[in-house]
Design a protein around this ligand. Structure first.
Ligand SMILES: NC(=O)c1ccc[n+]([C@@H]2O[C@H](COP(=O)([O-])OP(=O)(O)OC[C@H]3O[C@@H](n4cnc5c(N)ncnc54)[C@H](OP(=O)(O)O)[C@@H]3O)[C@@H](O)[C@H]2O)c1
Length: 314
């Protein structure tokens, strides 16, 4: 009996050591104040986005939650206002799965908000489906919607400089390859859905890379990042048999949304990282990506193809 108790105690101690040293991730230590600054967080009503928005509100920013669902967004606005004591937290409707909605959001924002200091492209999805414009949902929401949104808000970011664009990518980019002959596969089976997700995240990284080139000399900087493996609702779409295996793993080994938000917060507020514009961050530090995620020719081509897909060029 005593040996079982000792073995259990050792296991618990090992788990705690592993969790705090390897899984929890680094914290953003910056105490930058954002009073007088305006921040947009896409998908700011849940998971990593909500914790990021809460942190921005605690720093005094005017925070716009750009979300698709009014009810969920208003509940998050209420919660964030209450926790931060900041009433400058508002909801604006944005469905990234519709280019029309992205354009309407940008128009509404530009009409009503004179400044934009931080744009956080956080919303993401791993689900099978199609956007209003016929793209696969994952590619349309994770990459194209944010591509168009960023482009439409760029002049306001330049006017408000110094300003930043933060895009939440994922380490899953490692498993992706951009196939320009088949950029928009329907994602009919699990492996194609995974490939679509990984490809959308690689596109986030390549987009930020090319964006940094376009922004040189403007005092607007941009960053992509991996938030870590985080316990959020993004896994709700897993099939039941995967959930049986994944739920205990997620519960034990994934970090909390507060911890998952740290690198987004770091990229939004940390002083002195401007020289890393265009780069990818993880655990609150810059990280070198694999060669296929720093291929400037692919990044340039992706930019041009994305422009055509969202109707920004003929
Ligand atoms: N969790 C992880 O382990 C992990 C790892 C690597 C990267 N990421 C990335 O982290 C980001 C945040 O994900 P999360 O884990 O916090 O997931 P989450 O809790 O599911 O939050 C995703 C957010 O995106 C919003 N969203 C989805 N589709 C949208 C659309 N069409 N228009 C506007 N908003 C939309 C969701 O809104 P609703 O509430 O209306 O659905 C929700 O607010 C994503 O980009 C994800 O790819 C997550």
């Amino acid at each position: 009996m005593v040996s079982y108790i000792v073995a259990a105690a050792i296991l618990v101690a090992l788990y705690i050591l592993t969790y705090y040293n390897f899984l929890k991730g680094a914290r953003c230590r910056s105490d930058t104040c954002l009073r007088g600054k305006t921040v947009i967080v896409t998908g700011g009503n849940a998971g990593i986005g909500k914790e990021t928005a809460l942190d921005m509100a605690r720093r005094g920013a005017r925070v716009i939650l750009a979300c698709r669902n009014k009810e969920r967004a208003e509940a998050a606005v209420f919660d964030i206002r209450k926790k931060s004591g900041n009433n400058q937290v508002i909801f604006m409707q944005l469905d990234l799965a519709s280019l029309k909605s992205v354009r309407a959001f940008a128009e509404n924002f530009l009409k009503s908000e004179p400044q934009l200091h931080v744009l956080i492209n956080n919303a993401g999805i791993g689900m099978h489906g199609k956007t209003a414009d016929g793209f696969n949902l994952v590619w349309g929401v994770n990459h194209l919607g944010h591509f168009l949104l960023t482009r439409l808000l760029l002049d306001r970011l330049k006017l408000s400089a110094p300003s930043r664009i933060v895009t939440v990518a994922s380490t899953m980019y490692r498993f992706a390859k951009i196939d320009f002959s088949n950029l928009n596969p329907p994602g009919e089976n699990f492996s194609q859905q995974m490939q679509n997700y990984c490809c959308s995240k690689l596109s986030n990284i390549l987009f930020v890379r090319e964006l940094a080139n376009c922004l040189e000399g403007t005092n607007v900087t941009c960053y992509s990042l991996h938030p870590g493996a985080v316990k959020t609702d993004i896994f709700r779409t897993l099939k039941w048999w995967m959930k049986v295996f994944c739920i205990p793993v997620i519960a034990l080994f994934f970090r909390s949304p507060v911890d998952g938000a740290q690198t987004s917060i770091y990229c939004a507020v940390q002083e002195g990282i401007e020289k890393f514009s265009g780069r990818y961050f993880a655990d609150c530090k810059v990280e070198e990506v694999l060669p296929h995620a720093r291929d400037d020719a692919v990044a340039r081509k992706l930019w041009e193809v994305s422009e055509r897909m969202v109707g920004l060029s003929s």
